[in-house]
Design a protein around this ligand. Structure first.
Ligand SMILES: *Cc1c(COP(=O)(O)O)cnc(C)c1O
Length: 363
């Protein structure tokens, strides 16, 4: 059993992948080739956002977004400590301070009710993370942002591309949405990649320029930028992968629901999903008070597991000095979470095996 079965996906998509890659090798426009814009158009259509700007990684999507908003030294950005390091890394990299707000223990997403108390005149952005593939309470977060003069909200949707919140798609739930095409993400390439989504024309233009060295036209650098382009080859691979993406999202939801039923029957605590949104289950994550024993049991059986994430960011050595925040639920959950094999290609039999491992411990 694989943790994420990319081989089964590749087998299913081989002809599309081969012809897309061959087309790039034939035209040879490896940087900013036609596939890049083609992909952006497809993703605009998919999410409903007016603009998609593809970039070199999910991390760069967040970085470029914050740069477009002018975030810098002295500014504060509210986010969750229970996330991949990139979410806070980009804030500190720009000289701003992450202000960590605790999570809801049921979903492990930022607790929207705690955000208002963290807002100060220095707050320049709020970054909720759609952890494990499920969006946060975006309406509540947008409302509190609006109450304080329209603080920009950036959804870190690195794990949630394809998820829905009410009638809208993840990445199109706030002023800016950022996703990642890292191979193991729900829409993953064969290397690094990411995208920024917004319906704000000015922010879109700023992101486009910043991603190509702050260039507004050839050799005219109107801003400080970065080298943040998506490779044409990655765009071509992602276009091939889009052929099956709707089906994969359906499978993810079906497999997630089946896991939920099995866990509930077995009395195993798990991350909860809210009724008004869907998760794409980038990870399927449960809670256990005896994580080490569970990890060892699975390891002995040759079934891979992972921990997302073992240490809240405000306890990481490099982040301890910055915006500490009192976040007891993040601390508690970081000790309990364990992610199980999950992919659109996971079989019902494999799911049974996983749950039996958790309940009785033999195969
Ligand atoms: C993967 C991930 C990122 C970073 O994406 P990369 O493409 O790896 O740079 C950021 N935030 C979260 C929540 C992620 O899971």
């Amino acid at each position: 059993m694989e943790f994420i079965d990319l081989k089964a996906q590749q087998a299913a998509l081989k002809p599309e992948l081969d012809s897309r890659i061959a087309a790039v090798l034939a035209h040879g426009r490896y940087i900013m080739g036609p596939e890049v814009r083609e992909l952006e158009e497809r993703l605009e259509e998919y999410t409903g956002a007016r603009h998609c700007i593809t970039v070199s990684s999910g991390t760069d999507a967040l970085l470029i977004s914050l740069m477009a908003l002018g975030v810098g030294p002295g500014d504060e950005v509210i986010t969750t400590p229970f996330t991949f390091v990139a979410t806070a890394e980009v804030i500190v990299f720009l000289g701003a301070t992450p202000v960590f707000v605790d999570i809801e223990p049921e979903t492990c997403n930022i607790d929207a009710n705690r955000i208002e108390a963290a807002i100060t005149p220095k707050t320049k952005a709020i970054i909720p993370v759609s952890l494990y593939g499920q969006p946060s309470d975006m309406d509540e977060i947008n409302a509190v942002a609006l109450k304080y003069g329209g603080i920009p909200v950036i959804e870190d949707a690195a794990q949630s591309f394809g998820a829905r919140y009410k009638s809208r798609k993840s990445c199109n739930l706030s002023m800016i949405g950022c996703t990642s095409f890292f191979p193991s993400k729900p829409l993953g390439g064969y290397g690094d990649g990411g995208a920024i989504f917004t319906s704000d024309d000015e922010i879109a233009q700023a992101c486009r320029e910043i991603g190509v060295h702050g260039q507004s036209e050839r050799y005219v650098h109107t801003r400080i930028g970065v080298c943040g382009r998506l490779d044409t080859l990655q765009a071509a691979i992602l276009l091939a992968k889009l052929e099956r993406f709707d089906w994969e999202v359906e499978q993810r939801m079906l497999i997630g629901r089946r896991y939920n039923e099995l866990m509930d029957e077995a009395g195993i605590e798990r991350v909860r999903q809210k009724d008004d949104r869907s998760s794409v289950f980038a990870q399927y994550t449960i809670f256990t008070d005896d994580r080490q024993a569970v990890q060892e049991k699975f390891k002995d059986a040759g079934i891979p597991t992972a921990v997302h994430y073992p240490v809240p960011l405000n306890e990481q050595p490099a982040y301890k000095q910055t915006g500490m925040g009192n976040t007891p639920f993040s601390k508690e959950k970081s000790k309990q979470v364990i992610s199980l094999p999950m992919s659109p290609y996971l079989t019902a039999d494999d799911q049974q095996v996983v749950v039996r491992m958790l309940t009785v411990g033999y195969l």
